[in-house]
Structure formats: structure tokens, C-alpha cells
Design a protein around this ligand. Structure first.
Ligand SMILES: [Zn+2]
Length: 173
């Protein structure tokens, strides 16, 4: 069952959507080598050290891009997201102008608390997946599909050294 917005897509977009939905995992070669970086990210977040968080995210992103053979992406980490209609959002992916750029916000807008490690890592991976949609899968557009969210879980689990859980539910974001 596609998400409701599928009905409003053009025939060409529906084709991309279905292709995206069909890919449910990303195999990350050498994932073990990147796990210490995930641990480093957890420590940097716990210390609320923005510069260390940013440096670690950059190493993680470039490690993932290199492992998958796609062009690198720029990553910057900002303090708190300005409040507004999208304040739930902690990340942003901008493919244009090149090089592609990911912006992450370290603190929640409302309470200015540091975002929890797992959801922060998931946000980084989420934005990287938009990058992979263009650069690895060569989709003309990137859509949030159930397959997209499954790929997100798959990458997070590999970075954390967890075994895939069955029946993981898709979520919006
Ligand atoms: Zn997204």
C-alpha cells in the first residue's frame, strides 16, 4: 500500500515511487569499520559538543559515500532549528547547487534539548538516503516510500551493529 500522496503523482513519478518502494535494504560494505564513529557521535552528542558532532557526522557521511561509491555530500550541524511550521524536522537535504549538502540541527527548537542519539543518527541517515536516491539509485526524484524508511532502518542497524528487526513499521518524516 503506497502512502496517500501516491495518488497525486504523475505516471512518471509513480514509476520512481514504485522503484524506490521496492528497495528495502542498503548493503553497506565495511559497516563494522564505521561503527566506532557512531559511538563517537553518541559521546559528542552527550557532551553537547557541536563541533565534535559535526566533525563526526562528516566522517560518517564520507565513509558511507565512499563505501557505496557515490559522490561526497557536505554536512553541517547547526545548534537549534529556528521554530516554525517545520520544527519537528531536524535535518535537510539540498541536492542543488552541487556539492549536495545536508544540514542537521542538534537541538530541538521547542525545549532546546540536544536531540537523542538514535533519532539524530536516524536523521543523518535519512538525509543521506535522499542523496543515495539521486546518486546511487539514479532516481530523478526522491520520495518517502515504505522502502525508503526500510532502507533507513537497515542503514541505522548496520551502523549500530544490530540485527534487522522484523516487521519494522514505516514512519513519516
Ligand atoms: Zn526526507
Amino acid at each position: 500500500m503506497p502512502f496517500p500522496y501516491y495518488a497525486r503523482l504523475s505516471a512518471r513519478q509513480k514509476e520512481i515511487y514504485r522503484a524506490s518502494d521496492a528497495i528495502v535494504a542498503v548493503e553497506l560494505p565495511g559497516a563494522e569499520a564505521l561503527r566506532p564513529l557512531a559511538e563517537e557521535l553518541e559521546r559528542a552528542l552527550a557532551a553537547a559538543d557541536r563541533r565534535a558532532v559535526e566533525a563526526t557526522c562528516r566522517r560518517l557521511a564520507s565513509g558511507i559515500c565512499a563505501a557505496l561509491g557515490v559522490p561526497p555530500v557536505k554536512v553541517r550541524v547547526r545548534a537549534a532549528r529556528p521554530s516554525g511550521p517545520h520544527e519537528e524536522l531536524h535535518g535537510l537535504y539540498e541536492p542543488e547547487p552541487p556539492p549536495a549538502q545536508i544540514t542537521l540541527w542538534m537541538r530541538t527548537a521547542a525545549k532546546r534539548r540536544v536531540v537523542a542519539f538514535r533519532s539524530f543518527l536516524r536523521t543523518l541517515v535519512h538525509e543521506l538516503l535522499h542523496h543515495l536516491d539521486y546518486e546511487l539509485y539514479r532516481f530523478a526524484e526522491t520520495f518517502h516510500t515504505e522502502g525508503f524508511f526500510q532502507r533507513e532502518s537497515s542503514l541505522v542497524q548496520q551502523l549500530l551493529g544490530e540485527r534487522p528487526r522484523r516487521g519494522g513499521r514505516a514512519r513519516a518524516g
